[in-house]
Design a protein around this ligand. Structure first.
Ligand SMILES: NC(=O)c1ccc[n+]([C@@H]2O[C@H](COP(=O)([O-])OP(=O)(O)OC[C@H]3O[C@@H](n4cnc5c(N)ncnc54)[C@H](O)[C@@H]3O)[C@@H](O)[C@H]2O)c1
Length: 293
């Protein structure tokens, strides 16, 4: 199937491009930035903006499914690098342009990458994602499109050195409860494959929360104490974690991904156990970008 990614040159897009091309899909990446060198040549790159309606009109021709990734996100609000106009233009107008072009061209399948930041309903970023989800519902109803809306937690990957100066910084953030970029890629791939198999969301533009994996049992989380970490992972692991400045008394905030597990078969793989193994193996440099040559 021909799959159009918007923003396919970014952190999620590069992982997804590889997965889609490996399973035989034809990938078109519409992004203002060039594709990541690791997947250069694997997808057709259209150097254009989702604000360019003519470019979108051409890009959606013959497309079976759209995956809409391009957006300013939490980090741009957090670092104050984009203002309200930037957020509205790219996230709201851009998303409208894409849905409209796709609907007009008869594209009937789409995956919208939303965010758990919709919790911050009236925040700069959160509000744009609330509007995106509403738009997705409108296009599902009005144009009979099958749309899955994924709400991942923050997933900037550990190898992104423009955001995390080292693995320890990423680990300190992941520690609180989060999802790994490779799991978000897995969820997106499963959402595309669900639609590709002509399966239907249970409700229009159904929303699926995408969380990471957790090693703790429900009982351990409910009866959390300062010793819960050592009880689960052992004293050696506790020493290791603390040597990297991790707060082992901290209880992770679990959101869960039950609906995504049931509907599309999403099974998150990366948990604190993996993080501890990588800390031990790679130290503060962390693992390399997985698609590096
Ligand atoms: N990264 C996270 O922590 C996180 C968490 C939850 C949801 N999300 C959502 O995931 C998506 C971003 O994922 P990512 O982490 O791969 O981001 P990213 O910033 O790595 O990639 C975004 C891509 O969009 C492209 N882009 C920017 N402006 C564009 C335009 N006008 N037209 C076309 N492309 C444009 C960029 O060049 C970039 O390649 C967004 O929808 C975001 O809201 C991200």
């Amino acid at each position: 199937m021909k799959v159009l990614l918007t923003g396919g040159s970014g952190d999620l897009g590069v992982l997804l491009t590889r997965q889609l091309t490996q399973q035989g899909d034809e990938v078109v990446n519409l992004d203002v930035a060039p594709p990541h060198e690791a997947v250069r040549g694997e997808a057709v790159h259209i150097a254009a903006s989702i604000l360019d309606r003519d470019a979108l009109k051409e890009a959606v021709q013959g497309v079976g499914c759209v995956v809409h990734i391009a957006a300013w996100h939490g980090i741009h609000e957090h670092q104050n690098t984009k203002n309200a106009y930037d957020f509205h233009d790219l996230n709201v107008t851009g998303t409208f342009n894409l849905f409209e072009a796709a609907a007009a061209a008869g594209v009937r399948k789409a995956v919208l990458i939303s965010s758990t930041s919709t919790d911050d309903r009236y925040g700069l970023y959160g509000h744009t994602k609330v509007l995106n989800e509403e738009m997705a519902r409108a296009y599902a109803h009005r144009h009979n499109m099958d749309i899955l809306t994924l709400r991942p937690r923050a997933f900037i990957p550990p190898w992104n050195r423009t955001v995390y100066q080292d693995f320890t910084e990423w680990a300190n953030w992941f520690w609180k409860g989060a999802v790994h970029a490779e799991d978000v890629c897995q969820a997106t791939l499963k959402a595309v494959n669900f639609l590709k198999a002509d399966k239907k969301p249970e409700i229009p533009a159904q929303i699926l929360t995408i969380d990471g994996a957790y090693d703790y049992t429900v009982g351990e989380l409910e009866n959390w104490t300062d010793n819960s970490f050592a009880a689960r992972y052992g004293a050696e692991a506790e020493k290791l974690a603390q040597s990297f400045g991790l707060d082992t008394a901290r209880k992770p905030k679990v959101l869960g991904s039950a609906e995504a597990e049931t509907l599309i078969g999403y099974r998150p793989a990366y948990s604190l156990k993996n993080l501890l193994e990588e800390l031990e193996k790679y130290g503060k440099n962390g693992p390399q970008f997985p698609l590096a040559a």
